[in-house]
Each structure stands twice: as C-alpha cells, then as structure tokens.
Design a protein around this ligand. Structure first.
Ligand SMILES: C[S@@+](CC[C@H](N)C(=O)[O-])C[C@H]1O[C@@H](n2cnc3c(N)ncnc32)[C@H](O)[C@@H]1O
Length: 216
C-alpha cells in the first residue's frame, strides 16, 4: 500500500532532491535521500522536522538520556537527538540501514560518534536485542501509517517501555485507520497530544505506561 505524502498532492518528497540540508542544534545537518531506491524510508518526512524542532526547543531533557528511534528512515531525528546530548540507537528495517548509517556517520562530530548506534529493528521481531526498560525515550516520526504493522508496532513499544520510559510519536493523521492505532495505544499507555503544528498538520503524542507523570 502506498503512503500518500502531503495529502496526496505535489511532488513526492526527495524525488528531485537527493539531499536536503537542515539546521538543528546550531549546525547544518545534511541528509542524503533516495526515494527512487528505497521509497518512504529514504526521504525526510514533515513529522520528523516537527519532532526535531520540538526537541530542539528544549521540551525534553535529552542530556545523556538513552533514546531509541523506531522507523528512523534517513535518521534525521536520531541525529538531532544525538546532537542535543542523547545516547541514541537508531533503528529501521534491514533495507533502510545503509543509507541510515551513512547519514548518521556523516552528521555527527567525532566525539559523538560513539554515542550513536544504528541497528535493525523490524517491529515485532528482533526484540531480543533490545532489553526492556533500557531506554528513557522512544521516538518515532511518521511511523503510524501501515495498518498491517499496528499490532507489531504496539508490541514493540510495550516490549521497550518500562514505567520510566516516555514515548514521543509525531504523526500526520491521514486516514481514519491512523486513529485506530492511537486507540490501540491508549489501551496500553497513557497518551496525550502535546503539540500540534498547523502549518505541517503534524501532531506529537506523548505516551507512558500507567498514569505516571513526566520523568523526562
Ligand atoms: C514514512 S517513513 C518515516 C521515516 C522517518 N521516521 C521520517 O519521519 O522521516 C516510515 C518508516 O517506518 C519504517 N517501517 C515501516 N514498517 C516497519 C516495520 N515493520 N519495522 C520497522 N520499521 C518499519 C520504514 O522503513 C520507514 O523508515
């Protein structure tokens, strides 16, 4: 099933623009893209830009926090989290890892390289390599879009999260079925919308186990 970006209109992101440069954490971040070869995993989505800006604005204390990004695609969000002080594990499916690794390595200064790992994590699988509760923060931008992955994505979040873990998901709600995932998430976590960017029509949801208040 094809993901339709930008409400279905316009040019697919990245199709004519193999690389894009952003500015976060006081430095340029140059992201190589490859829509033609890899599709949705190989372009930067608006939801990533909105969550990067949310992190950069200081809404979350990232200093030395253990962060995992799911469905990282090009890696922009994980890179920005690392530049802002987190120890990051940036994950996606196997096919996305080469471009992801290359973007991560190209954008982190030498002293931050050891603080970023790129790993395969297909939702619902590969979970044995990721100990429950090892992460303070789980990030995901534009990863709620494939109905057939919802159960596996939820299982992955449940596996990763301990009481202290915060999940931040940035989403453009394109279809009614996207709301189904949020209903599933609310069945397992306490979920709040914490930000809405009307210019990009992207919402950020924060989720935690139980009713626990913010730890991050
Ligand atoms: C729309 S892209 C978003 C990419 C990036 N997070 C961003 O916002 O720019 C969705 C991402 O989810 C990943 N993805 C889709 N299904 C997945 C699965 N079952 N397991 C792991 N990653 C998956 C894709 O490879 C892709 O990188």
């Amino acid at each position: 099933m094809a993901l339709v970006p930008y409400g279905g209109g316009g040019v697919l992101p990245g199709l004519h623009s193999p690389a894009a440069t952003y500015r976060f954490a006081g430095r340029p971040v140059r992201i190589e893209q490859s829509w033609a070869q890899l599709g949705v995993a190989a372009v930067v989505w608006d939801a990533a830009l909105v969550l990067c800006a949310y992190l950069e604005a200081g809404n979350v204390d990232l200093c030395d926090r253990a962060v995992i990004e799911l469905g990282a695609g090009t890696g922009l969000l994980g890179i920005v989290a690392a530049l802002l002080g987190a120890r990051v594990t940036v994950t996606d499916r196997a096919a996305a890892l080469a471009l992801l690794e290359s973007n991560v390595r190209a954008n982190l200064p030498p002293e931050l390289q050891p603080r970023a790992a790129v790993k395969e994590l297909t939702w619902g699988r590969d979970l044995g390599s990721f100990p429950p509760g090892a992460f303070d923060l789980v990030l995901g931008s534009d990863i709620v879009y494939l109905e057939e992955t919802f159960a596996d994505l939820l299982r992955t979040l449940e596996h990763l999260c301990a009481e202290h873990t915060v999940i931040l998901l940035s989403c453009r709600i394109r279809y009614e079925r996207d709301l189904d995932f949020l209903r599933m998430l609310r069945g397992r976590f306490s979920v709040h919308e914490v930000h809405y960017d009307p210019t990009k029509d992207v919402r950020i949801y924060k989720a935690q186990r139980g009713g626990r208040k913010d730890e991050i």
